[in-house]
Design a protein around this ligand. Structure first.
Ligand code: ADP
Length: 471
C-alpha cells in the first residue's frame, strides 16, 4: 500500500508541537510494516533544510484566486528519515522562519494544498491513501472530491487526523475563489458557522476521521470550539487512535541530547546526573524534588495558572520543591513567569523559548512533570516523562485520561486531578511531595512508568487496519 501524509509539521524538519512528532514517526512505523510512505510538507527555512541534500523533482505553476504562483517540489536525497520526504516551496509564501503565525496563513496553506494536489495530479501511479493532518491540510478531502481540476484523484480515499480541534483555520466567503473551481452545489461541505471552515470541511468530506485518543473523540462531541454538532453528526466515521512515542528519539538509554544515559536499572545515577546539570544551569537546589512544565504557554495548557500555583505552593506548603518551566506563547504569561524569578530562593526558574535539547534534559532530570491542561487531545509530554522515569501530574482530560493511572489505584503510576484550578494543581503537588518522601515507593513507581509500552507499533497497525477498511 502507498500512503501519502500531508502535513504542516514533521520532526525533525519543522516542529511546533506534537503534530510534528507524530508525522515524523508514524510513516516510519508504517514503512516497517511493509508499506510505501511519503510525507509532503511546506518548505520553511529550517536548519534541516540547510543541512541536507535535496533534489528537485517537480516544478510547475498553479493559481490561488486570481494570483498565479510558481512552486517547486524537492526531495531529500538520502532518505534520512527512512521514508520519502518532499518539501514544497512557494517563493515568498512558505519559505519563512516560522511555521505559523503570519497574517497570510490562510493564503499560505491554501496555496500549499492546491500545489500538492496539482503535483499529485501528474503522478503516473496514484497512492492508495491520502492522509492529512489538522486544519492546514483539511481542505484536501474537499478538493479531491469536488474540485473539477482534481477529478483524476477523486477515487483516492482520504483520512483526516485531528491533533487539535481548537484550531480550525476558518476564513470568510470573500476568499471562496481560493478553492480551485468547485461544484457549487457542495457549498455546505465547506461551510460551518457562516465561514469556510477547513477542519469542519475535512470532517465532512474525508472518508475516515481519526483523533488521537478515545476520550478526546468523545469530548469533541461536547466541547470542540463550536464544532460539536459536526462531530455528533459524523461520529460514525470517526475513531480514536492514541499516539505512540518514538523510542528512536525518546529513550534515556540512547537519547542523543543526553550525556548521561540510563535505563530502568540505573535510574538514580542517570536521572541524578541530568538533574545536577539542570540545577547548576538554572540555580536550583539539587536536594529538593524538581517539578517541570514543558509546553506552549497558552490557556489550553493552563499555563496561565502556573504563576499563582508556584506562589501558593511556596507560601502554603513551604519551600520544599523546585519549579522549572520551559515554554513560549502568550506574552502575558511569559512576562508573569519571568517576573516570578524575583521570588526565587534557588528554587524557581524559567526558560522562555523553544529548546529541544533542554526539553530532553528536563524529561530526564525532573522528578515530576506538571500537565494541568484544559484541553489535551493526546498529549505526548506525559508519555515522554514516564519513559524517562518522571512521574506525571495530569488533569483528567482527553488523552491524559487514557494514558495515566492515578497512584490511588493498585496499578497506578501517576497523579491525576479533576480541575484545571490552582487548588487542584497545588493539591496534586502536595500529593507528589508525600510520594517523593517515600523513597522506595517513589523508585518503584518510576520503574513502573519507565517500563510501560507506549510504542508506535500498536497504533501504526490500527491506522493500517483503518486504511484497509476504506474501500
Ligand atoms: P501540543 O502539540 O498541543 O503542543 P503535545 O503534548 O502533543 O502538545 O506535544 C508537545 C511537544 O512539543 C513535545 O514534544 C514537547 O516536548 C514539545 N515542546 C513544547 N514546547 C516546547 C519548548 N518550548 N521547547 C521544546 N520542546 C517543546
Amino acid at each position: 500500500m502507498e500512503i501519502v501524509h500531508i502535513s504542516a509539521e514533521c520532526y525533525p524538519v519543522a516542529k511546533a508541537g506534537g503534530l510534528a512528532d507524530v508525522v515524523g514517526a508514524l510513516p516510519r512505523f508504517q514503512k516497517e510494516l511493509g508499506h510505501v510512505t511519503k510525507v509532503i510538507m511546506p518548505m520553511y527555512r529550517t536548519d534541516f533544510l540547510y543541512k541536507n541534500e535535496w533534489q528537485v523533482v517537480h516544478k510547475a505553476s498553479a493559481s490561488l484566486g486570481h494570483s498565479w504562483f510558481d512552486f517547486t517540489v524537492i526531495k531529500e536525497v538520502s532518505n534520512k528519515l527512512d521514508f520519502e520526504l518532499y518539501l514544497l516551496d512557494i517563493n515568498g509564501l512558505l519559505d519563512r522562519e516560522k511555521i505559523y503565525g503570519y497574517d497570510d496563513d490562510t493564503e499560505r496553506f491554501c496555496a500549499f494544498q492546491i500545489a500538492v494536489l496539482s503535483w499529485m495530479n501528474t503522478w503516473n501511479l496514484l497512492p492508495n491513501v491520502i492522509h492529512v493532518h489538522d486544519h492546514h491540510t483539511a481542505l484536501i478531502p474537499f478538493m479531491v472530491k469536488y474540485c473539477y481540476g482534481f477529478g483524476r484523484l477523486s477515487g483516492i480515499p482520504t483520512v483526516l487526523t485531528i491533533h487539535n480541534a481548537e484550531y480550525q483555520g476558518s476564513f470568510g466567503w470573500n476568499k471562496t475563489n481560493y478553492i480551485p473551481q468547485w461544484d457549487s452545489w457542495k457549498r455546505g461541505m465547506l461551510e460551518w458557522n457562516g465561514n469556510i471552515n477547513p477542519l469542519a470541511s475535512g470532517v465532512k468530506c474525508a472518508w475516515k476521521v481519526t483523533t488521537v485518543s478515545n476520550t478526546y473523540l468523545n469530548e469533541m462531541r461536547f466541547k470542540s470550539n463550536g464544532m460539536e454538532p459536526v462531530f455528533e453528526y459524523e461520529k460514525g466515521k470517526c475513531s480514536g487512535i492514541i499516539n505512540g512515542i518514538d523510542y528512536g528519539v525518546w529513550d534515556p538509554e540512547n537519547d542523543k541530547y543526553l550525556n548521561d544515559h540510563y535505563n530502568v536499572h540505573s535510574i538514580e545515577r542517570g536521572k541524578g546526573k541530568s538533574k545536577k546539570i539542570l540545577c547548576e544551569t538554572f540555580g536550583l537546589s539539587y536536594d529538593k524534588p524538581l517539578f517541570v512544565f514543558i509546553g506552549r504557554l497558552v490557556g489550553e495548557k493552563a499555563a496561565d495558572l502556573l504563576p499563582q500555583v508556584i506562589n501558593d505552593c511556596f507560601r502554603f506548603i513551604g519551600r520544599k520543591m523546585n519549579f522549572l518551566i520551559l515554554g513560549s506563547g502568550n506574552s502575558n504569561i511569559e512576562a508573569k513567569l519571568i517576573d516570578l524569578k524575583k521570588i526565587s530562593q534557588g528554587d524557581y526558574n524559567v526558560y522562555v523559548g523553544y529548546n529541544e535539547k533542554l526539553s530532553h534534559l528536563m524529561y530526564a532530570g525532573a522528578d515530576f512533570l506538571l500537565m494541568p491542561s484544559r484541553v489535551e487531545p493526546c498529549g505526548l509530554n506525559q508519555m515522554y516523562a514516564m519513559r524517562y522515569g518522571t512521574i506525571p501530574l495530569v488533569r483528567r482530560t482527553g488523552g491524559l485520561i487514557d494514558t495515566v493511572i492515578d497512584i490511588g489505584n493498585q496499578d497506578g503510576y501517576g497523579i491525576t486531578f479533576n480541575e484545571a484550578s490552582v487548588g487542584d494543581i497545588s493539591n496534586a503537588i502536595y500529593r507528589a511531595l508525600d510520594l517523593y518522601s517515600q523513597k522506595d515507593l517513589f523508585r518503584i513507581l518510576q520503574k513502573k512508568a519507565m517500563s510501560l509500552d507506549f510504542s508506535w507499533h500498536n497504533s501504526a497497525k490500527q491506522y493500517l487496519d483503518l486504511y484497509q477498511n476504506l474501500q
